[in-house]
Design a protein around this ligand. Structure first.
Ligand SMILES: [Fe+2]
Length: 568
């Protein structure tokens, strides 16, 4: 039995479950090359079908999510969605009516689900599916936060658990608290869109001149460049309160935006960012802590875009009330195509536990990769075994080079986890600089992150063992004596968003072991394999183009060692 999940909003995508196993998941941006693509996911659906070698008419069940008023409006009038996408991504100048557009966005998105929305959304989605050749399938609708909750609950390592979702908004909701016990997922608490911590953060990001729904991580990084303030002196402290398991925003989204603007106007940017982050952490930790106390369940799984804030996640992790944590790696809306499929499969078959791996996308074997490089005169190509690739890449990194590393199945989610990565020595500020100038062009305050051997985590990080972080979902403080080794992959405050690598990715683990032989520590700087502003590469062709465009010298890709003749 097949269940196809799809999501046609911000960071659209598709996921496929076959007989209770997740076989494929990917996001549309990797195909259209438009970061955080927000259209019907034709190409990721097709890729999922191709991967599983099935035809559209063989799919029994299709699930989609979110039938709120604004989403339905966007489905009917895709031009509105496209112009917002172009504006948000700075592909067009700010329109003169931007203030009005902003107000209309928050007025419509907070409305929630109206009576006809479900039927209209169904009909638009069916039309697109039918165009692809889908026939005789059953179409299921999954509520937005239920889809988020399903990703966390059904892929976590826990049996009995608390499941907390928190995002901007979806279907009129911004946060939920659920219990999962004895195979049953039950929602107990719902926080409405008006009281959204995610909208608060999104608006603050917009106000400091960054891209909302994309650059929130930059605002978070900027906050650490401020002088610290006591919470009592936080100019935004009255914007939110958390009492018990209720989050309350003082103002509705429109007034909140204006009040934030007023304070930002007279506050230095990094200080404003500090206020935002501090309030956000304060409210989120209270909400999580109170929820844990109320339900007396101490293993907690999280999903929703709010949990992409790695610094707030660190504060949550440090709560005494938390025994174990798990954050679904594709926590934002990019993960809810899979959530819709998981929840639908749960309703149909009762299955509520999956062996989850983030390596769910496309892969290319050696001959397909070789074919992509055929006739390419600007590079030389040499075959190497998987073991040789790991040893050779480690040697080049240890000698002060950065390398492109593209192996196996593409990761599902925002992070490169050693299958579509750029790797560099974690201790070299000079290589980090070169990487930034040539490829990544990050803002000066944005840090890189490290991958490290699971066996070395205890000696490198302040680590409490509450969860093994396979997916770079949290910040950890690097031990004082290790900061020299990780200085190029660490934030100004000594924290690092570490990936803890073990047997789930044997070749990458092997590479780290070779690095350890060279330098004494199994750690490397790992950043996603993409050019600034573009999504992560998917195919060998994408990888080759990136190599040429950035004049990068070395690439290890599916059993091939590629050298760029023009590289330096
Ligand atoms: Fe969401």
């Amino acid at each position: 039995m097949y269940v196809l999940g799809l999501w046609d909003g911000h960071d659209a995508g598709a996921a496929l479950i076959r007989d209770g196993e997740i076989v494929y998941a990917a996001n549309e941006e990797r195909f259209t090359k438009r970061k955080l693509e927000a259209n019907f996911p034709y190409r990721s659906i097709q890729a999922a079908l191709d991967y599983a070698e099935v035809k559209p008419h063989e799919i029994d069940n299709v699930a989609f999510t979110t039938t709120e008023f604004a989403k339905t409006l966007w489905r009917v009038f895709p031009g509105i969605r496209e112009s917002y996408y172009q504006f948000r991504r700075r592909r067009m100048l700010k329109p003169s009516f931007e203030g009005l557009r902003h107000d209309i966005k928050y007025m419509t998105t907070t409305v929630g689900i109206l009576p006809a929305c479900g039927a209209i959304s169904r009909s638009v989605i069916s039309r697109s599916l039918n165009r692809m050749g889908f026939r005789g399938y059953k179409l299921h609708v999954v509520e937005h936060h239920t889809a988020h909750a399903a990703t966390a609950a059904f892929t976590s390592p826990f049996g009995r658990q608390l499941v907390i979702t928190c995002d901007g908004l979806g279907d009129g909701v911004s946060a939920t608290v659920n219990t999962f016990d004895d195979g049953k997922l039950i929602r107990h608490i719902t926080i409405g869109a008006r009281d959204s911590l995610g909208i608060f953060y999104e608006q603050a990001t917009n106000i400091v001149g960054m891209r909302e729904m994309e650059d929130e991580g930059k605002l978070m990084a900027m906050a650490d460049y401020s002088y610290p303030f006591d919470f009592e002196d936080n100019a935004l402290k009255h914007f939110f309160s958390a009492t018990g398991t209720i989050i309350r925003a003082r103002y509705g989204p429109l007034k909140q935006f204006r009040m934030l603007q007023r304070i930002a106007w007279k506050t230095p940017r990094e200080q404003f960012s500090y206020f935002v982050q501090q309030l956000f952490e304060n409210i989120l930790t209270k909400f999580v802590s109170n929820s844990v106390d109320r339900f007396n369940i101490h293993d907690v799984a999280f999903a929703g875009g709010v949990f992409s804030n790695i610094k707030a996640n660190m504060m949550v992790r440090n709560l005494d009330a938390l025994r174990h944590w798990y954050i679904f790696p594709h926590m934002g809306d990019g993960g809810i195509a899979l959530g819709s499929a998981l929840y639908t499969n749960y309703m149909l078959t009762g299955k509520s536990k999956y062996a989850f791996s983030a390596y769910l996308g496309d892969s290319f074997d050696e001959s397909e990769t070789e074919h992509a490089f055929k006739g390419e005169r600007s590079v030389t190509v040499q075959r190497e075994s998987a073991a040789e690739q790991a040893a050779h890449a480690a040697e080049l990194i240890s000698k002060g080079n950065y390398v492109f590393w593209c192996q196996g199945r593409m990761e599902f989610g925002p992070r490169a986890l050693g299958d579509r990565s750029i790797l560099a020595p974690s201790s070299s500020e000079e290589v980090k600089e070169r990487l930034n100038i040539r490829v990544k062009k990050r803002e000066w305050f944005q840090p890189f992150a490290p991958s490290m051997l699971e066996e070395d985590v205890g000696s490198m990080l302040e680590y409490d063992g509450k969860g093994v972080d396979k997916y770079m979902t949290m910040a950890y403080m690097v031990k004082e004596e290790m900061r020299d080794i990780t200085k190029a992959a660490m934030h100004i405050d000594g924290s690092a968003r570490a990936q803890m690598v073990g047997a789930e990715n044997p070749q990458y683990m092997d590479l780290l072991k070779h690095i350890k032989r060279h330098s004494g520590s199994g750690v490397v700087l790992n950043t996603s394999f993409n050019i600034h502003g573009l999504p992560i590469v998917r195919t060998p062709q994408d990888a080759l183009e990136t190599m040429k465009a950035t004049k990068t010298k070395y690439m290890f890709i599916n059993g091939l060692f590629v050298t760029n003749k023009a590289g330096a």
